[in-house]
Ligand binder design. Structure first.
Ligand SMILES: Nc1nc2c(ncn2[C@@H]2O[C@H](COP(=O)(O)OP(=O)(O)OP(=O)(O)O)[C@@H](O)[C@H]2O)c(=O)[nH]1
Ligand SMILES: [Mg+2]
Length: 327
């Protein structure tokens, strides 16, 4: 498939044309210099600097260990959003190309949606180019889709790094754990309690064991003085339960945060990540490491797209072969 121009895709998304989503993914996943140039143009034209405001879509990160019930939950979550009239895009970072282990493939549920609902777009993308990481392509796609879709969900698998990565793309981070699996314990020990905005305990239909997991999590959150993380129990099997409460918790969180400030910081961290991925740790050290790099772009306008920030870092590092030409 040939790639579309960044400008035409940006125009489609600005016009609210959801049907451009597959072509958008095709562009951002193509790594040729020409495609990267077009991606930079696309992001530029969809940046708040050009739009005059942040893309309106709510970007929700959903993460959790293998087999926790993410896919089953997403099917129900999508249905709940659709009933409320909202369009939904899902970018599922496919775990099959990462580390060995994980759940038995035979037991894996797919995200189930009505195939002719044009308000839903689902795409599995290959896992990241670094362990546990979110591909830059996924981040770019999420930012662009948020211009046209009401909700953009980015799904990743794991406990640990994936939460912090997903926090760099999402307005709201949901961590999913299942009761009685050791997930809850592992989660508590992994020191990532600060990351989730909403914590979901799946499989509420399991009864007491699910109740117990919920009270354990609540106690643990209290013990670290966390009073903001919302804990929600859901059952994704029919008759499902907890989904109205989950959507409400997600909406509440979004209303509470400073979206422009949050996204500005996320774009800056993303630019430093991209720079390091592209040019290596040594190049990053030359501009003062992560901190130095953040200082370099600190005075950049708050609302420019990531490739422009990367270009600024490249200029600071005297890099002659930039990812994309600046202007
Ligand atoms: N009882 C019960 N089982 C559930 C529920 N949600 C999911 N399951 C089951 O749990 C298993 C795993 O669910 P998935 O949705 O595939 O979990 P996942 O997190 O997407 O798994 P991976 O994609 O492998 O990481 C499946 O057998 C589901 O049928 C639930 O609410 N209650
Ligand atoms: Mg799954």
């Amino acid at each position: 498939m040939s790639i579309d121009s960044g400008a035409s895709l940006a125009r489609g998304l600005r016009d609210g044309d959801l049907s451009v989503a597959p072509r958008l993914l095709n562009l951002v996943e193509t790594q040729t210099p020409a495609a990267r140039e077009q991606t930079a143009i696309l992001l530029d034209q969809l940046s708040p600097a050009t739009l005059g405001h942040e893309p309106a879509g709510h970007v929700v990160g959903v993460t959790g260990p293998p087999g926790a019930g993410k896919s089953t939950l997403l099917s129900e979550l999508i249905r709940t959003y659709r009933e409320g009239g909202r369009s939904v895009a899902v970018l599922a970072v496919d775990p099959s190309s990462r580390r060995t282990g994980g759940s038995l493939l035979g037991d894996r549920a797919r995200i189930e949606v009505s195939p002719d609902d044009e308000g839903v777009f689902i795409r599995s993308t290959a896992a990241a180019d670094r362990l546990g990481g979110l591909a830059a392509a996924t981040r770019s796609a999420a930012q662009a889709l948020a211009v046209a879709f009401d909700v953009v969900i980015v799904e990743t698998v794991g406990v640990g790094q994936s939460e912090t990565d997903v926090a760099d793309v999402a307005d709201t981070v949901v961590v999913i754990v299942q009761p009685g699996s050791g997930d809850v314990l592992q989660f508590l020990k992994s020191g990532i309690m600060e990351i989730p905005d909403v914590l979901v305990i799946t499989k509420a239909d399991l009864g007491r064991i699910a109740q117990r997991a919920k009270s354990d999590i609540r106690a643990a959150l209290r013990s670290i003085g966390d009073r903001t993380t919302k804990v929600v129990g859901v059952s994704s099997l029919p008759p499902s339960s907890g989904f109205e409460e989950l959507v409400e918790a997600l909406d509440r969180h979004r209303e509470r945060i400073d979206v422009p400030g949050h996204r500005r910081n996320a774009r800056r961290r993303a630019a430093v990540d991209d720079f390091r991925l592209e040019h290596g740790a040594q190049a990053l050290r030359r501009i003062g490491g992560r901190r130095g790099a953040l200082r370099v772009i600190d005075d950049a306008p708050a609302d420019v797209a990531v490739p422009r920030l990367v270009a600024q870092l490249e200029r600071a590092g005297g890099i002659a072969d930039p990812i994309v030409a600046a202007d």
